[in-house]
Design a protein around this ligand. Structure first.
Ligand code: BGC
Length: 759
């Protein structure tokens, strides 16, 4: 698709004074600064510490403020010349708390260090301003993926970037560009789903948006994190190198083209080589092939782990040498000065050249210049008013609304007519552990790392139950009474009470799912939803009342026992602070759902298969002991609406196109007419897939090659146009280069197929 690669973002500089300076003068300034630095000062710039190292204790001591230990801060900045600090201490701060913290750090950096180089503060705003109190909280990326809306991702990036900057945090460790190929993985929800094109387009749009707002974005985690064989965090991927290039690299390529300023390295390995140790991936491919010229930062403790976990370095010193040789610029150390000590020793003894150190420090200083820090290191208090504005929340609401995915709305199960949308004022039972839980709406990385402390969330955020109550006065609730309490499975008594209450209502809404988790803390050995939650749904269904399942979860937990008996299934993902209101709007028909699954929802624990699988992965010979074929719970791209759309006139402008022409940049144009054939306005994600019928390397059954989200009034039609180039029709060969073969290609849109030839 022509749109895969967004135009390079005009990287806006944060400080007003630097905004009109050109790159060359910035470079000259950086070179002059670098020339004055001692080796120790340079190495300090390459060192990144966790804020806990310089804090006096827990944030609880003084709510809303972090108390710094001045002696520790001086040791870090004055003695050790540290250039970057990251993270929250325990929990989200109000904007004023961030301003006070950053101002105190910059005071020491500016006034007490020899050269007065400001500190670059980094943060994980991975679904909006999740570490600033009352910041705008967006749905997690996997839900953003369900919107298939590139413009919305860009808006989310702009708002998140602006709120980071308004919090005095000019470096955001987002977006996650890993492709979610393994739903057990506890970071699945941080991805835009299982497809590389969706991650490339939405991820680079988010990145460009946040950088346009003035912060530096981070492509993470480069490369090969999102497909762990075991499903556990930071374990090796089940991918060949060729597949890494085919499926995992494209979002990073797109984000580099969109102007990404920094990248964070994957803590894992590719084919036995930890990525932090790989000169080929970090330097040859990322810098050489993709053209990345920004800062490469490690992930948490990952140089140490080359020695202690990966065991490719016999000593810490060797780990530092390997990482620097691979291309790392900055070490997220982040607890001690081991990295700095070893690097100093390596340069002193002549193993590492000072020129190599200079290369990294130049990039780091350029980054500081680009975000405006060299001119304006201090927080701008007036920006705090930009955080969590009604307008920004409205965008988060829109994102949540457009993410909600109606997976089932079955007339037969509901006794004749689809159960959704519910009539205003319908008598409803609301139950299930996710029904009245703020953590089940927000997931990990919300106010705290794990996102499990709902009591910290702002007042006035409705749970799903509360949002439903705004649409019907006839709501009965069975379950926990405190939406901010810890998430817990239903007890036997609750299940019995729900069954009793179900007899007295028109419909039961059973909200199931997960509370927050992040990284390895969220590792699980079984994708199946907890027995108690399944039993609650089964028991309510057994009463005969039409049941709507609402799923609030970071990954597709298996629910096959309770899908057949459900009249409707609504996937909410982790939709964020505006999510409950958005889901309630969909349940009662105030909003028409338009989300589509950005991944394949599995039905069986050991049949994890992506939509772009090989033909052999889903063969059904007819002689199998179990049902063969492709049998997911719900397919990639699935999602219903309250209106209907029809597709017609699929036209490919060439029946045959010359391979030569494609290689020289020629494109094939495809058009398809989409009509809203129902009675209400609706949005539709038009998804275009291709399939190479025969290829030298076994072709996948289909690949997503384009998508566009459109909105149509009842009866309205629109012709949607896509173009495909050689890149879209080629695959990666064993030498890592694209192969465009002759032969037949199918184009598939909305149930229509058209075949053309490459000749
Ligand atoms: C995570 C990163 C994150 C970093 C800093 C690491 O553990 O893997 O995604 O940016 O911590 O908080």
């Amino acid at each position: 698709m022509a749109t895969t690669v967004l135009p390079a973002a005009a990287f806006a500089h944060g400080g007003t004074a630097s905004a009109d300076r050109d790159d060359a003068s910035m470079r000259a300034r950086v070179d002059a600064l670098l020339a004055r630095m001692t080796l120790e000062e340079k190495i300090g710039q390459m060192t990144q510490l966790n804020v806990g190292v310089v804090a006096a204790g827990s944030a609880e001591q003084r709510p809303g403020r972090v108390t710094l230990d001045l002696a520790k801060l001086r040791e870090a900045l004055v003695t050790r010349h540290v250039g970057s600090i990251i993270n929250v201490l325990d929990a989200a701060l109000p904007a004023e708390g961030w301003h006070a913290l950053v101002a105190q750090i910059q005071d020491v950096a500016m006034n007490e260090t020899r050269l007065g180089v400001p500190v670059l503060y980094g943060i994980d705003f991975v679904h909006g301003a999740n570490y600033t109190q009352n910041g705008t909280i967006f749905p997690h990326n996997v839900a953003m993926g369900a919107t298939f809306d590139v413009a919305l991702a860009r808006r989310a990036g702009e708002i998140t970037g602006a709120e980071a900057l308004a919090s005095a945090l000019p470096w955001n460790f987002a977006p996650v560009l890993d492709v979610g190929r393994q739903p057990l993985w506890p970071r699945f929800y941080e991805t835009f789903g299982e497809d590389p094109l969706v991650a490339a387009r939405l991820g680079s749009a988010f990145l460009a948006g946040s950088q346009a707002a003035g912060v530096a974005g981070t492509m993470k985690h480069y490369l090969g994190y999102g497909a762990p064989r075991t499903g556990r965090d930071r374990t090796p991927p089940a991918l060949t190198e060729r597949e890494v290039r085919e499926v995992i690299l494209p979002p990073f390529r797109a984000a580099v083209a969109a102007g990404a300023r920094t990248v964070m390295v994957n803590s894992g390995e590719i084919d036995g080589v930890p990525v932090h140790a790989s000169r080929r991936w970090l330097t040859d491919v990322l810098r050489g092939e993709l053209g990345f010229d920004g800062v490469i930062v490690t992930d948490w403790e990952d140089i140490i782990f080359l020695h202690t976990r990966h065991r490719v370095a016999a000593t810490m010193k060797d780990a530092v040498r390997i990482a620097l040789d691979a291309g790392v610029d900055m070490s997220m150390t982040p607890h001690d000065y081991g990295f700095a000590d070893e690097l100093l020793a390596l340069v002193r003894e002549g193993t590492m050249s000072e020129r190599r150190v200079d290369e990294s420090v130049r990039r780091i200083l350029m980054l500081k210049a680009e975000v405006g820090l060299l001119d304006q290191p201090y927080p701008d208090a007036s920006l705090a008013a930009q955080i969590g504005t009604p307008a920004s929340r409205a965008v988060a609401r829109q994102a949540a609304r457009d993410a909600v995915t109606l997976l089932k709305n079955d007339a037969a199960t509901a006794g004749g007519a689809p159960v959704l949308p519910l009539a205003t004022g319908a008598r409803v039972l609301v139950t299930g552990p996710a029904a009245h839980s703020l953590t089940a709406l927000n997931g990990g990385w919300t106010y705290t790392w794990q996102g499990t402390e709902g009591w910290r969330f702002p007042e006035g955020v409705p749970s799903l139950l509360e949002a439903i109550r705004t649409h019907s006065p006839n709501v009965r609730h069975v379950g926990n009474s405190d939406a901010r309490a810890a998430f817990a499975d239903p007890t036997d008594a609750e299940i019995a009470a729900a069954v009793a209450a179900a007899q007295e209502v028109d419909v039961a809404i059973v909200a199931l799912g997960e509370t927050g988790y992040a990284e390895w803390i969220g590792d699980i050995g079984d994708l199946t939803l907890s027995r108690a939650q399944l039993r609650l749904a089964e028991s309510v269904q057994a009463t005969g009342v039409p049941t709507v399942l609402v799923l609030l979860e970071g990954r597709p937990r298996l629910v096959r026992e309770v899908v057949p008996g459900a009249a409707a299934v609504v996937m909410g993902y982790w939709p964020g602070m505006e999510g409950a209101a958005a889901i309630a709007e969909v349940l009662f028909g105030a909003a028409n759902p338009s989300g589509r699954l950005p991944f394949t929802y599995p039905k069986w624990p050991n049949a994890i298969t992506t939509y772009d699988h090989k033909f052999t992965e889903t063969l059904d010979t007819g002689f199998l002991r179990e049902a063969g074929g492709f049998d997911p719970e719900f397919e990639f791209g699935h999602g219903l609406s309250y209106t209907t759309f029809s597709y017609g006139d699929l036209v490919v402008d060439h029946d045959a196109v010359a391979q030569d022409a494609l290689l020289r940049g020629g494109r094939v144009t495809i058009t398809v007419a989409v009509t809203n054939t129902g009675a209400r306005a609706g949005k539709e994600s038009v998804l275009l897939f291709t399939r190479q019928q025969y290829a030298a390397i076994t072709p996948p059954v289909r690949r997503l090659r384009g998508f566009e989200k459109i909105e149509l009034a009842p009866g309205a039609s629109r012709t949607v146009r896509f173009t495909l180039g050689g890149d879209d029709l080629s695959y990666v060969g064993h030498d890592g280069r694209p192969v465009l073969e002759l032969g037949a290609f199918d184009v598939m849109v909305g149930g229509l197929t058209h075949t053309f030839q490459v000749t």
